[in-house]
Design a protein around this ligand. Structure first.
Ligand code: ZN
Length: 206
């Protein structure tokens, strides 16, 4: 259905959300859709949070180093200003979980102005809780795609990203050695194991 939109002369505004765990290929899917829009000679603009400087300041780069030019922005108002009035057909937003809830209103406004908005982000944080504005974006989206990594423990489809290093910060930028994709069952076991370890460590320290 998404594929059919490419090349339409009259494109109604719409919001597509691509979500999933770490290593699920959501940025690859975002890049794929944006590249196809470019091939169809549509004007494309891509934003990402300025916080995400893992690989490159100016590019959206996936873990497999596929990349596309992007603009790092500090907040959603900058997206709104940068996206409107420049004749863009398609707006891509990567790592959407790092923006605040005002992204919901910004995406709606762009879509009502006739733009195709494609948002990619982590649906859940390292504890399996809905991440930032993602649950609201999923609610207002015209179309939702949930992509899956593979569980590194058992080979099933992964459900969430388990953090391997001990930090309680919700925002911690991911590298391959800091997170592992796990299925629901293995994720549950891993969280229980983490809790046991934390308890025994506390007992030891008291
Ligand atoms: Zn598993």
């Amino acid at each position: 259905m998404i594929e059919n939109l490419i090349g339409e002369t009259h494109r109604p505004g719409r919001i597509e959300v691509v979500c999933g765990s770490m290593f699920s290929g959501k940025t690859e899917e975002l890049i794929r859709r944006l590249k196809r829009a470019k091939i169809a000679r549509q004007q494309v603009m891509i934003f990402k949070p300025a916080i995400d400087t893992r690989y490159s300041e100016e590019k959206v780069v996936s873990h497999d180093h596929n990349c596309i030019d992007s603009t790092p922005v500090k907040d959603t108002q900058t997206i709104l200003k940068g996206a409107q009035g420049h004749g863009y057909d398609v707006i891509g937003i990567d790592e959407a979980q790092f923006f605040d809830d005002s992204l919901v209103d910004v995406c709606n406004r762009l879509a009502y102005n006739g733009m195709r908005v494609i948002v990619a982000g982590l649906d859940m944080d390292y504890l399996g809780q809905p991440f930032g504005p993602m649950p609201k974006l999923l609610a207002i989206a015209d179309e939702v795609t949930k992509v899956h990594a593979i569980c590194v423990k058992c080979g099933s489809l992964a459900y969430a990203s388990h953090r391997l290093v001990k930090s309680h910060a919700q925002v911690m930028l991911g590298e391959k050695d800091e997170y592992e994709p796990l299925c629901r069952e293995c994720f549950k076991k891993a969280l229980e194991e983490d809790q046991r370890n934390a308890r025994s460590k506390n007992l030891f320290e008291e």
